[in-house]
Design a protein around this ligand. Structure first.
Ligand code: ZN
Length: 181
């Protein structure tokens, strides 16, 4: 086990057509890649983590309340993995670490860094949505903590194409990430 796969926010609210904060078709189109890559990492005995937003409805103390409609609210369908990834998660629950997060970055307020260090993992692969929000913020924290970053171009998407392209350039040119295509 020397690599980690982080499958970030690939949930109903962020991906489904009628999700509460959906990135729509660009997100839906990732479904098969998410499934295949998750299974590949599991079969190779690598560390698979699913960091997913968990919010309280209309939390007055949360900064996102002023920015976005309620999404990924605790105990709702919005927090379930989207599409076929849900089946993969159900089947491999014992080998996947589900991680609740409350900020864009999967490192903010979670034990992700501790889990990675305990396993001696330096190489972190990112998949999920949105490229320019939760993927970007997670990538910046990973960079600052000294991890080697791999961003899977076919495994990230956003509702904002321009911001998606900006983030891909930023990963490569500023965070020294390897873009896996
Ligand atoms: Zn959120």
């Amino acid at each position: 086990m020397d690599k980690a796969l982080l499958v970030i926010d690939y949930t109903y609210d962020f991906v489904a057509e009628d999700g509460n904060l959906t990135c729509g078709l660009p997100g839906i189109n990732l479904e098969q890649y998410m499934v295949d890559t998750t299974i590949e990492f599991l079969e190779n005995g690598q560390f698979v983590v699913m960091p997913n937003d968990m919010h309280e409805a209309n939390d007055p103390f949360h900064p996102e309340t002023a920015l976005f409609p309620p999404h990924n609210v605790r105990g709702t369908k919005g927090r379930e993995p989207f599409g076929k990834l849900k089946d993969v998660y159900e089947r491999h629950k014992d080998d996947i670490v589900w991680m609740d997060k409350t900020r864009y970055s999967a490192f903010a307020g979670t034990n992700l860094d501790i889990l990675l260090r305990a396993r001696g993992i330096k190489e972190v692969h990112l998949l999920g949505v949105c490229t320019d929000i939760c993927i970007l913020h997670t990538a910046i924290d990973a960079y600052n903590l000294g991890y080697d970053l791999f961003i899977h171009e076919r495994g990230v998407a956003s509702f904002d194409m321009e911001a998606h392209q900006f983030a891909l350039k930023h990963f490569k040119n500023v965070l020294n990430a390897t873009i896996v295509s």
